[in-house]
Design a protein around this ligand. Structure first.
Ligand code: FMN
Length: 405
């Protein structure tokens, strides 16, 4: 179950050409069972209909500060007090200016004046507006007051020009909101290092030996730790996944590069979670040029790669967790890994089971703890598995007094 479940989010939508993307943000939040209320500016209504948001949230959309109901409304105060978190996406230069200067001339800007909840905004505008000094100094003022700014991306803008100012991807906005909206940030102040994905070992300039890991499990772990307030470093082998929001990502390709990156980032980590599927062997030599199809058969001489987990275990962080992906004798292998590497926890999964292992969005795992307690979890999303693992990390760090009990 997502930690966003039941969290109360007010989403402000303003008059940008990218306002339609706010529907994807709402969907992402509702998918995680957040309770979302949308406040639109009148200008936003020129770009996207309120019906879209009311259909997606199941609640009326608030637009007017003085609705034609014959009643004096206190909606601006009520909504601000109701919210656990407020996000504005897209945020126009206009709302940014109003917020920076404390103006309230419509419902959304007045909600923002009354708002004491954590707040983030995702600016979107033409690059000439984005680089305007007034816009940038307004954003600096808001940042200095604790408003979290989700930087726009470089890319193709509405008028066909390229530049900075394109709204951040909806999934990234959802992630930023989830970080702000987490109920207790029980990993705040903790440094967490996660490894993810496969490695690729070159045979020649066009071929490599790799494995079927998609990186989804490791990326889910990094996201889960970031949502709970940890400072997260992700060392990722080659994957097609988007870098998780708010996570420092180091991209590597080979087992050797992964070892170097993990050890270089090892210092100061409170928890290290090794979820990558690292090659155990690599070709002993790499052909400098593409190998041609001249022989009937070909034998590759393979060399052992470094055992990264063993090297990390030699200078143990307070919490050390490994993953075991097995096809046979799995539990025995996983238990042996726990003992041999002096781990706190091994997350074991049988990659041959339906709905488990590589490429899927779900997993079936058994948690094997150092004290001998084992727990088999039912089929669930990799995000939910990641959250269960983070529950273990938080409990271990509390027991070891790395974070306050
Ligand atoms: C077609 C069109 C696209 C616009 N896109 C943006 C935009 O992406 N970002 C922005 O800051 N303003 C944009 N504007 C200008 C805003 O709509 C305008 O400043 C408006 O007053 C904003 O009102 P609001 O902040 O209350 O929603 C656009 C205007 C038009 C006509």
């Amino acid at each position: 179950m997502s930690r966003l479940k039941g969290r109360r989010i007010v989403l402000g939508v303003t008059g940008s050409i990218s306002a339609y993307k706010a529907a994807e943000v709402v969907r992402g939040l509702v998918r995680e069972q957040a309770d979302v209320r949308v406040v639109m500016t009148r200008e936003a209504g020129a770009f996207v209909g309120a019906v879209t948001f009311s259909a997606l949230t199941g609640h009326p959309v608030a637009v007017e500060q003085f609705p034609d109901t014959g009643m004096a409304g206190e909606e601006h105060v009520d909504l601000a007090a109701w919210a656990d978190t407020v996000a504005i996406a897209p945020a126009t230069a206009n709302i940014i200016g109003k917020m920076a200067n404390g103006l309230g001339d419509d419902l959304l800007s007045t909600v923002m004046l009354a708002c004491e909840a954590p707040c983030c905004l995702a600016p979107a505008m033409n690059f000439r507006m984005w680089r305007n000094e007034a816009v940038q100094s307004n954003l600096d003022r808001l940042r200095s007051r604790g408003v979290h700014v989700i930087d726009p991306e470089f890319g193709l803008l509405a008028n066909g020009e390229e530049g900075d100012g394109r709204l951040a991807a909806p999934e990234q906005i959802v992630e930023a909101v989830a970080i702000l909206a987490d109920p207790d940030h029980d990993l705040a102040g903790c440094n967490v290092l996660v490894s993810a994905g496969p490695t690729a070992e070159d045979i020649d300039p066009v071929r490599c030996v790799t494995n079927r890991s998609s990186g989804k499990m490791g990326y889910a772990l990094a996201r889960a730790a970031a949502r709970r307030g940890a400072s997260v470093t992700l060392v990722a082998g080659p994957t097609s996944l988007q870098d998780p929001y708010g996570v420092a990502v180091e991209h590597v390709r080979t087992a050797g590069e992964m070892r170097d990156a993990v050890l270089a980032n090892r210092e100061g980590q409170h928890a290290v979670i090794m979820a990558a599927a690292v090659a155990d062997y690599r070709p002993g030599t790499q052909a400098p040029r593409k190998m041609k199809k001249t022989q009937e058969s070909l034998t590759l001489e393979m060399t052992r790669t470094a055992d990264i987990l063993a090297e990390v275990a030699a200078d143990r962080p307070p919490v050390l967790i490994g993953f075991a992906a097995e096809t046979h004798d799995g539990l025995d292998n996983a238990r042996r890994k726990l003992a041999d590497k002096d781990l706190d926890l091994v997350v074991y999964n049988d990659v041959t089971a339906d709905g488990a292992g590589f490429e899927t969005d779900t997993n079936i795992v058994t948690l094997i703890r150092r004290d001998g307690r084992e727990e088999s979890l039912p089929l669930q999303s990799k995000s939910d598995v990641a959250d269960r693992v983070m529950d273990e990390v938080a409990a271990l760090l509390r027991n070891r007094e790395v974070v306050p009990a």
